[in-house]
Ligand binder design. Structure first.
Ligand code: APR
Length: 331
């Protein structure tokens, strides 16, 4: 049997169409330290006819699933952990997370900075933080470009991100493939009269340490990021279609602490493999038999998956091309 047929058959059976192989009935903690291929080797349950040996569902199997995919059925959930390699701190990592730096800020507790009631009363702490987020201060990293490659290869059904840094768009992923569940800095609106505020006026005020005010009514202007207590954008409800039809879910760089985003991780069918890549395991990810948990540095984990996919060269070219585009002065 030709090699490609064997891996397609293996992938089809992995997907549960050919019946669940014995080894897929366990939740695997593969991670810790550098990413590994299947430590029990990749004599998959299909390779030796499932001779009863307990096999693991691991990164190499996921690479085969993605490689065998002709259709765009990969759904991704992303959090702040995909942007730390670009220089943007995440929120909850001890010592390095943004929330651990707020002891001397004028906030009652860290999350208050993103609460609407607090913002309307005292917007300065938020705008002090926002100043660091000026578009162009940061560039996409290999993780964003891996997700762009999934799109370029017609495999990305949708990328749900909690991040407001806009780096997914900056990597070239089209808005149609994106759900920015917590909004973004791409636009801003007056909290009093509801009029949109021109982006350049908003950033001119923020960068000059002024609180942005509406040109029409002098009301407080807020960027269109979703504060705690605010409704998520309508596009978030695309999940009602995307998750039930997904055939692979990648969950990257998130503590899965914030609802309703976190619950999306439970919204794929039980037969669908979920890959959780993060520095640490999180309790809110309830184990399933087809999970692959890859703990460790996200760049290492993604680069290992890219290598297993045989996309290393293509990835290098994409990163070079896009990075030089972004550093051109006319940008
Ligand atoms: N490699 C692997 N994991 C990483 C890396 C890295 N380089 N950097 C960070 N992480 C992991 C952290 O260990 C953490 O578990 O990414 C996760 C980020 O979690 P949070 O800081 O809680 O960020 P996120 O899950 O995106 O937060 C969700 O909370 O405050 C709100 O609105 C805010 O959108 C944000 C939401």
């Amino acid at each position: 049997m030709a090699l490609w047929v064997r891996s397609a058959v293996r992938a089809l059976r992995l997907w549960g169409r050919g019946g669940e192989p014995t080894w897929a009935r366990r939740h695997r903690i593969v991670g810790g330290g550098t990413p590994t291929a299947c430590s029990a080797g990749v004599s998959s349950a299909f390779g030796n006819g499932g001779a009863g040996k307990e096999e693991k569902l691991c990164l190499r199997d996921i690479a085969e699933l993605i490689g065998a995919q002709a259709r765009q059925r990969v759904v991704v959930m992303a959090g702040a952990g995909i942007s730390t390699a670009s220089g943007i701190p995440d929120f909850r990592s001890p010592e390095s997370g943004f929330y651990s730096t707020l002891q001397h800020w004028d906030v009652p507790y860290p999350e208050a900075i993103f609460e609407l009631s607090f913002f309307l009363d005292n917007p300065r702490p938020f705008f002090t933080w926002a100043k660091n987020m000026f578009p162009g201060n940061f560039k996409p990293n290999v993780i964003h470009y891996f997700l762009r490659l999934l799109h370029d290869r017609g495999l990305l059904q949708r990328l749900y991100t909690q991040n407001i840094d806009g780096l997914e768009r900056a990597s070239g992923i089209p808005g149609s493939k994106l759900v920015e569940a917590h909004g973004s800095f791409a636009s801003a609106t007056c909290t009093a009269c509801g009029k949109p505020s021109p982006e350049q006026d908003f950033w001119a005020a923020v960068m000059a340490d002024r609180v942005p005010r509406c040109a029409a009514c002098a009301g407080l202007v807020k960027p269109d990021v979703v504060f705690f207590g605010e409704a998520l954008p309508e596009r978030f409800f695309l999940h009602l279609v995307d998750f039930p039809t997904a055939e692979l879910l990648l969950i990257l760089g998130t503590s899965l602490k914030v609802e309703p985003f976190a619950s999306l991780s439970e919204a794929v069918r039980s037969s669908v493999p979920r890959v959780f890549m993060n520095r640490k395991a999180v309790e809110s990810l309830r184990p399933r038999s087809r999970d692959v948990v890859q703990l460790g540095d996200l760049v290492d984990s993604v680069e290992r998956l890219v290598e297993l996919l045989g996309w290393t060269e293509e990835m290098r070219d994409l990163v070079q091309r896009e990075t030089s585009k972004l550093s051109r002065p006319d940008r």
